[in-house]
Structures are given as C-alpha cells and as structure tokens.
Design a protein around this ligand. Structure first.
Ligand code: TMP
Length: 200
C-alpha cells in the first residue's frame, strides 16, 4: 500500500515546522518541506527568498515554486509514498494557492493547474491548516524576514484569507487546527484530526 501525504499549511510563524516534526515522529513518517528540500530546490529557495530586493515577477515566482515542487515530488515524496512510507511536508500545493494564487492575485485555478503539472497529478491526502491570532504570530516572528515575509500587511492578509477560503471550500481536503496553545496540546489536536480523517 502506498503511504499517505500530509501537508502542513499556514501563514508565517504559526508553528508549522514544529508540528510537522512532531506528527512525523508520531507516525514514523518521512519529514520534508518546501521550498528547498532537494539540492536543486535549495538553490531555488535561495533565489526566491534570500534577496528582498530581487526583481522577480509573480509568474516567475510561481514557476520557481512549481519547479521546486516537481523536483521534491520526483526525488523525495513519490519514492517514499511508493515504498509505503507516510510523508509529512511543511508546505505543499496549498501554499502556492494561498501565496501566489491569492497573495499575488494569480488565481487559484491557474496556480493549481501549474502545481498539478509539477507533481504529475499528485495531491496531498490531507492539508492541516494551522491558524493563530495575529498577536501570537507577531510574537513568534523573527526578524528580518525573507523576500516574501517582507511583503506588506495586505499581502499577508490575502494569504491568510486565502487559506481560510481553501479550507472552507474543500472540507474533504483540509482540516483547520488552532495553533495558539502549548505545543503539546496543539500536537494532540493535530494527531486526533489526522487519525480521524485518514485512519493512520
Ligand atoms: P517557510 O518560511 O515556511 O519555509 O516558507 C518559505 C516561504 O515561501 C513562505 O513565505 C511561504 C513561501 N511559499 C510560497 O510563496 N509559495 C509556495 O508554494 C511555498 C511552498 C512557499
């Protein structure tokens, strides 16, 4: 049997990386992330994020995220799933839909088409959307931010609203978890949601 693919999604500084790690440990899953989990992906990540002053059109940004994803699926995700190993990824297609589709105004349909081209049609079995209040996010944020974190408040609000819209419109694919509480409590809520939805 193939493994299941679980993606953690959300805005900046919501605790995704911590929760992804805890869930992966609990499930004995492969832990990975986007962008940057492969050698070529690391170079793409650096290109897209490291220079706040770099001129990069929204379409170029979307294509680079898709290129990272294509390599990530080919090199890391697909082999693990095919070997029957569950995969937990810190960001996946949902991030492109929210950041490039809503944040950059590229539209969800085009960005989804692009992502599915990149993954050969592979989608996550479940997206866990972690949400926290703006105060909690601000207190967890470290500065200075990368090229995308450095975008203005309107951009980040579109991203957060976009994630909410995606979760509301696709309840079979998304579960929303409040990430404001202590790490252990959030981890329990995540695990319960994943077990209920996927039976893993
Ligand atoms: P991270 O800080 O969670 O590692 O994510 C890196 C940044 O890249 C974050 O600002 C979100 C952004 N991003 C996109 O804009 N589109 C994508 O498809 C992905 C995977 C990340």
């Amino acid at each position: 049997m193939t493994g299941r693919l679980i993606a953690f999604e959300g805005g900046e500084a919501v605790g995704k990386s911590t929760q992804a790690k805890l869930l992966a440990e609990r499930l004995g899953a492969k832990l990975t992330f986007e962008p940057g989990a492969t050698d070529s992906g690391a170079q793409i990540r650096s290109l897209v994020l490291d220079s706040p002053e770099l001129a990069l059109s929204s379409h170029a940004e979307a294509l680079l995220m898709a290129a990272d994803r294509a390599q990530h699926v080919a090199e890391v995700i697909r082999p693990a799933l095919d070997a029957g190993i569950h995969v937990v990824t810190d960001r996946f297609i949902g991030s492109s839909l929210a950041y490039q589709g809503f944040g950059r105004h590229l539209g969800v349909d085009d960005v989804l088409t692009l992502s599915l081209f990149a993954t050969g049609g592979l989608q996550s079995d479940l997206n866990v959307l972690l949400v926290v209040s703006e105060e909690v996010a601000r207190s967890r944020r470290s500065s200075p931010g990368d090229r995308i974190e450095a975008e203005d408040a309107d951009f980040h609000q579109r991203v957060l609203d976009g994630f909410r819209t995606l979760a509301e419109q696709n309840p079979d694919q998304w579960v929303v978890v409040d990430g404001s509480g202590p790490v252990g409590e959030v981890a329990e809520a995540v695990y319960a949601a994943v077990r209920d939805r996927l039976g893993v």
